[in-house]
Each structure stands twice: as C-alpha cells, then as structure tokens.
Ligand binder design. Structure first.
Ligand code: DX5
Ligand code: ZN
Length: 229
C-alpha cells in the first residue's frame, strides 16, 4: 500500500508571498508542494507559470507536484521541466493517447514523473486505462478546477473507489491523489477509498497554524488508514 503523502497547494496562500508558502510546507514536513498552474482557458482563473516555479525551486528542495490546468500542455511541458517540476500532471480532458505518449516521452526522458488528472465529472478514458503503467500519480479532482477554498464534491467518492480497484486489479502501485476541498473532516472518506496523496490548499494555508495543519492531516490520514484495514 502506498504511503500517505501530504501535498499543500500554495494557491491558497498569499500569492505575493509564495516563498513563505513553500517554507511552511518544509517546516510542516510535507511530502510535496502542489503547484496549480491555470491558463484562464481550461479553467476560469489565471495563476502562475514556469517562471514562478523556477523561482520557488531555488528556495525549496521538496518534490514539486505541478498540476497543469491548461489547454495546450505540449506548448509548455519543456518549460515546466526546465523550471524544476518533478511530477507533471496533465488533464485527461485535453489529451488523447497520441498526445499523452508525446508528453510522456518528454517527461520520462528527463527522469521525471507523469500524472494524469480527471475533473469531477470525467471518467477515466480508455486510452488512459491502457497506459496506467506510464502514470505515477492518478489525480481525482473533487472540485471543479479554478479556485482554492471550495468544498469537496462527495459525489466523486464512487469514482475514487473505482479507480483504486482498477489499479489494484492491474497490480500497479500508482499514487492516488485527491485534489479539492480536503479537510480534516473528510480525510477518512478519502483514505477509505484508497486516496493516498492528499492535496490541501485551504486545509493547510487557511488554518491558524498552517505548519501544524500539515501534521494534523497526516495523523488523521494515517489513523483512517489503520481503521479501514
Ligand atoms: C483547484 C486546484 C486545487 C485547489 C486545492 O483548481 O487544482 O489544487 O487549489 O485547494 P483546496 O484544498 O482549498 O480546495
Ligand atoms: Zn491542483
């Protein structure tokens, strides 16, 4: 069973002080930093690009989990690789088997990992189920992409359980990341369905003690896992 990993999403912090956001992740012993890149086309917000990722890379050694909510990832994949992303997550909605293979080739040639994300209403496409061995992280979104601070859409839980069954059946050790509205109150539900990488924006950065919030989420997730065994 894959270990629990906590991935604070810096989108929920003051965007004028992202240096402090990554520092909080380091101090709270997060496993990876989740970087939400949005282009104003794929989702209704514009966040930051490779320049920001590169600047943060100089300030932090944690794994960089870059979530590309953009329409044309092929135009930017090299820039995010050069900027120092370790895991590049692409959205299934803008890809097909052929374009995925092209992106995978580029990322793998740099020794980095590929993630695949699904919006709340998107099912895992056939081309993707045939390529699960190339995906290190399957990201199940539990809010519509765009903004931090939305509440988790619990109607996505059956899909989360389903993709986990599928990965288990195939004998794969793919990480299962849950992104959107993760809070101490729903960690149990998510972990019980096989989620092991917990993205938390508001669940970390909107708390009074964001450093402590990272350990709280980890403790709750680990307890939930022991309880669900
Ligand atoms: C939504 C992003 C999420 C989000 C997480 O577009 O992909 O990563 O910022 O923030 P919370 O945990 O506040 O929903
Ligand atoms: Zn995200």
């Amino acid at each position: 069973m894959n270990q629990i990993r906590i991935a604070p999403s810096i989108l929920a912090w003051d965007l004028g002080d992202l240096e402090r956001a990554v520092e909080i992740s380091v101090q709270g012993r997060a496993d990876q930093v989740h970087l939400d890149v949005i282009d104003g086309h794929f989702a209704p917000n514009i966040t930051f690009g490779p320049g920001t990722v590169k600047a943060l890379r100089r300030r932090c050694d944690l794994k960089f989990d870059t979530h590309l909510m953009i329409d044309q990832p092929d135009l930017y994949v090299d820039k995010f690789l050069d900027a120092g992303s370790d895991l590049l997550t692409f959205h299934a909605e803008v890809l097909d088997g052929k374009s995925f293979d092209g992106l995978h080739r580029k990322v793998a040639s740099k020794g980095k990992e590929v993630g695949l994300a699904l919006k709340p209403r998107t099912e895992l496409p056939h081309w993707a189920s045939d390529r699960l061995d190339k995906i290190s992280t399957l990201v199940v979104m539990t809010v519509n992409p765009g903004f931090s601070g939305q509440s988790m859409d619990m109607s996505v839980m059956p899909k989360l359980a389903q993709v986990n069954e599928l990965l288990k059946d195939k004998g794969l050790s793919t990480d299962n990341e849950v992104d959107g509205g993760v809070e101490p109150e729903n960690v149990r539900e998510v972990v019980a369905r096989g989620g092991n990488v917990l993205v938390a924006g508001a669940g970390v950065y909107a708390k009074k003690d964001p450093v402590g919030a990272i350990s709280t989420l980890r403790r709750m997730a680990e307890e939930a896992r022991r309880g669900s065994r």
